[in-house]
Every structure is written in structure tokens, then in C-alpha cells.
Design a protein around this ligand. Sequence first.
Ligand SMILES: *Cc1c(COP(=O)(O)O)cnc(C)c1O
Length: 361
Amino acid sequence: MSQPASVFWSPRIADLEPYVPGEQPRIADLVKLNTNEHPSAPSARVIAAITEAAREGLQRYPDPESTQLREAIARRHALQANQVFVGNGSDEVLSHAFLAFFQRDEPLLFPDVTYSFYRVWTQLHGIEATEVPVGEALQIDIEALAYRAAQGCAGVVIANPNAPTGQGLPLAVIERLLLACPPRVVLVDEAYVDFGAESAAALVDAHPNLLVVQTLSKSRALAGLRVGFALGQAPLIEALARIKNSFNSYPLDRLAQAGALAAIEDEAWFSAQCRAVIDTREGLTLQLEDLGFEVLPSQANFVFARHPQRDAAALAAALRERAVLVRHFRQPRIDQWLRISIGTRAQCSALVEAVQAILEG
Ligand SMILES: *Cc1c(COP(=O)(O)O)cnc(C)c1O
């Protein structure tokens, strides 16, 4: 229940509609497919590195620049360390980016169906926004975005693959957007890119207006550690550092820096686990289609599906009664869809069995 606005609040805070994360209930044996977490534990090398870091030096402040971590991320993406910014989850990085680049007289552009936190940051930072409708098949309308951007804008934000649809865009299309508004930043949120889409990191050196944001929460199984990063040319990274150093100059703690570094360096764990999620996703997609669902082609660690005969909210509620959590958004255009995270094979089977029972019941 939200409280009435307090007389003590700044007006902008009173008007905020904060982001609502997927629920994290404490129920045993829950099949939790509602927040796109990784189904496996992180790499053992991550746990070892965090344990080691906990033994030494917690009484001292961490490296404010996260130098080793930034160097490792830069190496992996064939960039320089001054082209990498790290923060407490990509949500923090994104919030800094909105403040750094999009507080202008013209509106920020993003699709109407996308990560719902974007709208919250525009409210928080007092940014005017124009939401550009996605197409009939819920795909991002790049032509409409590029057309609108060319008329003047504060910048463009897209998630690739998009949330919550899971659909990815090829790099040529991203490039089209980068060229549509060269004096403004195009932010590409790649939270799910490792599950089969193409990263725009390869375009950073050629495009001074590109900022790519990634997270270790999804593909590295580190949602609990809170590490995300941005890739861009040095002047963009410098802007983010200016905000960080005017807000919290030690954003990543010692444990997060150590764990994230080990995660970035464990390429073997990473590629095997991404492959496993993709394989499970393809299997689940076929099973859901067999049950009569329409499933959007996904390049993420979730699928977006609807059943032509069943109300999505009712289906989500019925699943919940069977201890299976999926995500339903009460939002125009997508309120008949369910977002289902890719769990382990056993969790996906449990979901399919529960859906089957509900459809037959
Ligand atoms: C999960 C997610 C994020 C946030 O990730 P954190 O790094 O955990 O803060 C950002 N953008 C999108 C599209 C996401 O789905």
C-alpha cells in the first residue's frame, strides 16, 4: 500500500511511480521463473575470489576506480580501460547515464514496450520522454525511432534484446539509429545480449555517440552481487565518472570487484552456461507451442508467450497457486502475455506440467 505524499517530500519525489521488481517470496520449492535470474549458481571461481577478498582488507575502502575489473572487461571487448565504466548493477549505470546525457530541452525517445525502469528514471531526473510505439508483432520500430530522432531529441534508449519481448535487433539496424542523431547518445541496454544476440560493443570505436550497457546479473548468474558496466568512447565514460564521483565515489565494494573480475575471466563457465540456457529455451519454446501458445522468437533468457484462449493474468494466478511464478505486466498492449524466465530443465518441465494441468482443468 502506498502512503499519501508527505509534506516533507520534494514535489518530484511525490510524483514518482517507482519501479516494481518481480517478487522474491520466501516460499520453499518455488519454481521461480519471474525475474530472469540465472538458474545455476555462479562459477566456483567467483565464490573462491569473493572468499579470498573477504579474508583480506575489508577494513579498507575498495579501489574507487575498480581498475582491475575495468581492465578485464576492456580486454574482453577489445577496448581500453578508459572506455569502461562500472556500477552497482546496470540499473545504477543506466540511472547515471540518463542524468549524464538526457537532461535536455528535447525529449528522450524509447519504445513504448520496453524495460519499465526507463520511465521511472525520466521521472526521477526530470527528463521529458516520448515513447515510440512498437509494431504489431511487438518489434521495435527502428524506422519510427530514427525518423523521430532526426527531428531532434535528447537521445534514444533501446534494450537489445528488448524487454520483455526477448526479440533482438541486428547490428546494422543499431547502426542506422546511431547515424539518425549523431549529436545525441544512443544507449543500447544489453542485459540479455549473451543469450544469442549481437553486441554493439564492436561499434564503440566507430561511433562516439554509442553507449552500451551490460550486466553480470543475468548471463554471469550474479544478480545478488550487483555489478553492471557501460562501454563507450572516453568522453562518455568520463561523464559517467563525473556523476559517480559527485554521488558515491566507491560504488563497487571489494567483494563485488573480486567476484566480478573472476566472473569476467571465467570464459569456460560463461560459454557453457549460456549454451545451456539457450538449449533449454529452445526446448521450452517448442513445448509451449505444443500447448497452443504463441511464443515470440527469443534471444534472451526468457520467453514471452500468450495463449489465445486464456487470460494471461488468470493463467499467472493459477500458476502461482501451483507454486510456479512467472511475470505478468498489467500494461496496455502486453497484458495478454506472460514473461517466463528460463530455469533449469526440471523447472521448465514443472512449468509445462502445471500449464498442462491448468489448460485441462
Ligand atoms: C535486468 C535488467 C537490468 C538490470 O540489471 P542489474 O544489472 O541487475 O541492475 C537492466 N536492463 C534490463 C533490460 C534488464 O532486464
